[in-house]
Structure formats: structure tokens, C-alpha cells
Write a protein that binds this ligand. Structure first.
Ligand code: GTP
Ligand code: MG
Length: 345
């Protein structure tokens, strides 16, 4: 790797970490100030460009660092542990994750004169154990059509993540095909088409309201015949009701099994980082309908930290594979447990 590349790489991770850290600082302030929290929700709704701008302001990072320096050498007492517990719950880690963790901390710290720094080290190790126990890399087999089916409730970022992933795979020299499996809304299809143009990849789509199974069937055939490396399947996030949606996803899954059962396949759940503990419920429902091999955690550039992934990892053993940190084509990163845990502090 040339020096230039190394520098670029450093800058790349540095920027990601700074952005994630500033997200943490922002969240902390908003948790303390309900009015600001409400404003934060409006900002989130107003779009990611403003979020990104807010997230890249350096001030919150400094504020967060000052707090941790001030508390790093204080002895760890019950008050400290309770404040920490509250912080972890507010980061959406969920009680079933937080309680045993805090209990283990009490045991471990007992009679040892621990400071905040020791607690941070302890937590980082535990968090890493929780998130890093399953493979975090997206699987890919050379010389075959790799199918990635992307599912999730509406608005979480499925189509956007597919666009970003398509661009990334293409830049690695792979031949990428998209399947417009969300035929429920015409708008959804044209959105995927826009992403296919942006990423410079091909797309299979049928007229609005077509059977998504038919789209997937055609896409699988084309991908095989024309030797694509990757087939990315977009799906609907909302139908008339939840049962319909799950039935449709099961059907798509059935088509893949029947016509592409021999091909490597991942079923990826897209989760909005701000979903909170409800994300675990979503994961369970989609797990049952389509089987899941990984999670794409989006909108980490917003106000949330995505602590729900600990619950998903612990209860369902599904790893987070990718994270979305903005709306743009290159705002997708491999999930790095270390980086994610760093950003929690
Ligand atoms: N800030 C931010 N916004 C994102 C991210 N990923 C997606 N979005 C935005 O979230 C909104 C919804 O994204 P879509 O990709 O349309 O979501 P979807 O899951 O396909 O939605 P449906 O097709 O309605 O089910 C869009 O405004 C995206 O720009 C992200 O990582 N960060
Ligand atoms: Mg969509």
C-alpha cells in the first residue's frame, strides 16, 4: 500500500470515528434536554444532509472528551455504576444486556480501587465479545452469483443501502445486478432505478404491481446466464399489512430456494439505528420469515447509537455486517465492532 493510500485509509477511519463519536455526544446532550431531543427528531426527519452537518461539528466531541477526562480518575463507586447503567440503557442496549453487564462489573471491580478508565476497558472488552463472536464480513464467493436479499420495515434504508453496496461492489470490479423486488409502490422502483444509474449497475424490473417472485425469477436467470457476480434484491417494507409483507417475503425466499438454491445467499436485515429495542422484535419477525444472516445498521450519522445490535447479537446470534453513516453513495462502511464500541464512549 502506498503512503498516500495509508493516509487516505487513516483519514477514512478517522472521519468515521469522529462522526460516530460526535453522534454519541449529541445524543447525550439531547437525553438531558427533552426540548433538544424533540428538535433532534425534527432534524432527523428533515434529512441527512443537515444531520451530517450537525454530526461533523467538532464541539460535541470536545465536550465528550472533557467529561471522560474529568471522570477517568475518579474512584468507581455505586453512584458511578448507577449513572453508567442509565447511560447504557439510554444508548438502547436493553435491560437484558445491561443488567448482567453491570452485575459483572460490580463483581469485577469489588475491592480493586477501579477508576473510570478501568471500567471503560472492562466494558470495551465485554462489548467486543458480544459483537465480535460471529463473522462480521459480508460473505462472497468468487465465480458464482452471490445473492443478497435485503429486507426490513419501510423507510429504514433498504433501497439506499443497496445503492451504496452496489457502488462499492462495482468499484471492486464485480458485475452487479439489482432486482426491483419492491413492486408495491411505483416510486420505490424508480428510486432503485436512480440508484442503479448512480452506481452504474444493471437492473431487472417489471411493471408496477407485478409479482415480486417473477422479478426475482427473471433476475436470477439473467444473473446466471450473463455471469454476474452479485445479485442484490430489494424488497417492500410495507404492504397492506404485516402478514401480507411476511407472506410476500417468504414467497421471494421460496423462489430463490427453488431456482438458486445452489448459489451463495445472504439475507440482510436493514435496521434504523434509532429503532431502539423494537429492533429486536423486528429482527425476530424477519428472522422467522426469511432467515437472516446479517444486519445493516443505518443512520448512525443521526442521533442514535444503535445499541439494539447487542440484543440482536446476543439473542439471535445475527452479526452486524455493514453500517450506513449518511445518504450518499459512499456512506456505507464494513461494521467494525472496535470502532462501534469506541463510538459508544
Ligand atoms: N442519514 C441517513 N439517512 C439514510 C441512511 N440510509 C438511508 N437513509 C435515508 O432514509 C430514507 C429512507 O431510505 P430508503 O432507502 O428509501 O428506505 P427503504 O427501506 O427502501 O424504504 P421503503 O422502500 O419505503 O421500505 C431516505 O431518505 C434515505 O436517504 C443513512 O445511513 N443515514
Ligand atoms: Mg425502498
Amino acid at each position: 500500500m502506498s503512503e498516500d493510500n495509508i493516509d487516505k485509509k487513516k483519514g477514512f477511519w478517522g472521519t468515521t470515528l469522529t462522526r460516530l463519536k460526535s453522534v454519541l455526544a449529541k445524543t447525550k446532550e439531547q437525553v438531558q434536554d427533552p426540548e433538544e431531543l424533540a428538535q433532534g427528531a425534527e432534524t432527523a426527519a428533515a434529512g441527512a444532509e443537515s444531520q451530517t452537518a450537525a454530526a461533523s461539528q467538532p464541539e460535541p466531541v470536545k465536550a465528550a472528551a472533557a467529561t471522560s477526562v474529568a471522570t477517568a480518575h475518579k474512584p468507581v463507586d455505586e453512584e458511578y455504576i448507577e449513572a453508567l447503567e442509565e447511560r447504557l440503557i439510554k444508548a438502547d442496549l436493553g435491560l437484558p444486556t445491561v443488567e448482567p453487564l453491570v452485575e459483572a462489573l460490580r463483581q469485577e471491580a469489588r475491592g480493586k480501587n477501579w477508576t473510570g478508565k478501568d471500567v471503560d476497558d472492562f466494558l470495551k472488552k465485554r462489548f467486543h465479545d458480544l459483537l465480535g463472536k460471529t463473522a462480521n464480513a459480508l460473505s462472497f464467493k468468487e465465480g458464482q452469483v452471490n445473492i443478497y436479499m435485503v429486507v426490513g420495515v419501510n423507510g429504514v434504508g433498504k433501497t439506499t443501502s443497496i445503492g451504496k453496496l452496489a457502488a462499492r461492489l462495482k468499484s471492486q470490479g464485480k458485475r452487479v445486478l439489482l432486482a426491483a423486488g419492491d413492486t408495491f409502490r411505483a416510486a420505490a422502483e424508480s428510486q432503485l432505478e436512480i440508484w442503479s444509474e448512480r452506481a452504474g449497475v444493471d437492473i431487472v424490473r417489471l411493471p408496477d404491481g407485478s409479482d415480486p417472485g417473477a422479478v426475482v425469477f427473471q433476475a436470477v436467470k439473467k444473473a446466471r446466464d450473463e455471469k454476474y457476480d452479485v445479485l442484490l434484491i430489494d424488497t417492500a417494507g410495507r404492504l397492506h399489512n404485516k402478514v401480507n409483507l411476511m407472506d410476500e417475503l417468504k414467497k421471494i425466499r421460496g423462489v430463490i430456494e427453488k431456482h438458486a438454491g445452489d448459489l451463495p445467499m445472504e439475507s440482510l436485515l436493514v435496521l434504523d439505528a434509532s429503532t431502539g429495542q423494537n429492533g429486536l422484535q423486528q429482527a425476530k419477525v424477519f428472522q422467522e420469515a426469511t432467515g437472516l444472516t446479517g444486519v445493516i445498521l443505518t443512520k448512525l450519522d443521526g442521533t442514535a447509537k444503535g445499541g439494539v445490535v447487542f440484543a440482536i447479537s446476543r439473542e439471535l446470534n445475527i452479526p452486524v455486517k455493514l453500517m450506513g453513516i449518511g445518504e450518499k453513495l459512499d456512506d456505507l462502511r464494513d461494521f467494525d465492532p472496535n470502532l462501534f464500541v469506541e463510538a459508544l464512549f
